[in-house]
Design a protein around this ligand. Structure first.
Ligand SMILES: C[S@@+](CC[C@H](N)C(=O)[O-])C[C@H]1O[C@@H](n2cnc3c(N)ncnc32)[C@H](O)[C@@H]1O
Length: 245
């Protein structure tokens, strides 16, 4: 599973400057994560450690970042750690997660849709559940089952395209092409129906699931205008998910 991000680690990191990531994805996830003062946080699919650093800087007592890609983890380890609790980075597959102890919050920003099949998705959900204390929360961002491919007009103005293979069945491959400037690259994720996501989460033990479309930060709206974000918000390619153990 590590190969795709080993090849695109640095190019992926540069997408963080895009208005969508800055004004939609990042504020949506951090708002949902809420205050993390004194919490133990597990950042699954931590990539270059962006959210691990954000959460440590926001007061988390301890952050453990896990990723399957050595190249992404190398970027995470190179980055200057913020003042705050310690961050530990661990190379592991979230579908085969070793026991890392219990956490108050698990963040899974773009993880679940890397499961290539339902069995792997179920294992990931099981590991997340087992990693949480009672009352702990999973905060995730994952593929929107209602938007397997891009809408008419596409997402090119946001710097990417998205196409899902047919027939549409659990595990169908979705190809993302990132189109920004000279940094054209592609990666694949997988589609699952809402029912399949929810069955895997409930079978793992979660019973309170809340899906929401991402929202734009008011400062981003003021800067880029409502029209810029309109199509993205009308056809969100991803959703946030919050589950409590
Ligand atoms: C789109 S990046 C997101 C990185 C980070 N969460 C962020 O939002 O900046 C997806 C990450 O998921 C990691 N990943 C994919 N499948 C994984 C798995 N089975 N276990 C752990 N990490 C995985 C990739 O290596 C990559 O770093």
């Amino acid at each position: 599973m590590s190969a795709q991000y080993d090849a695109i680690a640095d190019r992926y990191r540069r997408t963080r400057a895009s208005p969508l990531r800055r004004w939609v994805e990042i504020p949506s996830l951090l708002r949902l994560a809420g205050p993390v003062d004194g919490l133990r946080v597990l950042d699954l699919a931590c990539g270059d450690g962006f959210y691990s650093r954000q959460l440590a800087a926001a007061g988390a007592a301890e952050v453990v970042g896990v990723d399957v890609s050595p190249a992404m983890l190398a970027l995470a380890r190179e980055a200057s750690p913020p003042a705050g609790g310690p961050i530990d980075y661990i190379l592991a597959d979230a579908a085969e997660l070793p026991d890392l102890g219990r956490f108050d919050l698990v963040l899974a920003a773009y993880l679940l849709h890397y499961a290539p099949d339902t069995g792997t998705l179920a294992r990931m959900c099981g590991h997340v559940y087992r990693s949480l204390v009672d009352g702990g929360r999973l905060v995730a961002m994952s593929e929107n089952p209602a938007q397997p491919s891009e809408p008419p007009g596409g997402y090119a103005e946001y710097g990417f395209s998205k196409h899902c293979e047919r027939p549409l069945v659990d595990g169908s491959r979705i190809r993302y092409q990132m189109l920004a400037g000279r940094d054209v690259f592609a990666f694949d994720v997988h589609w699952f129906s809402l029912e399949t996501y929810e069955r895997c989460l409930r079978d793992a033990g979660f019973d309170r699931l809340r899906w929401s479309p991402p929202a734009v930060d008011p400062a981003g709206l003021a800067l880029h205008g409502e029209a810029y974000f309109r199509r993205y918000l009308e056809y969100p390619p991803v959703l946030t998910l919050e589950c409590r153990r």
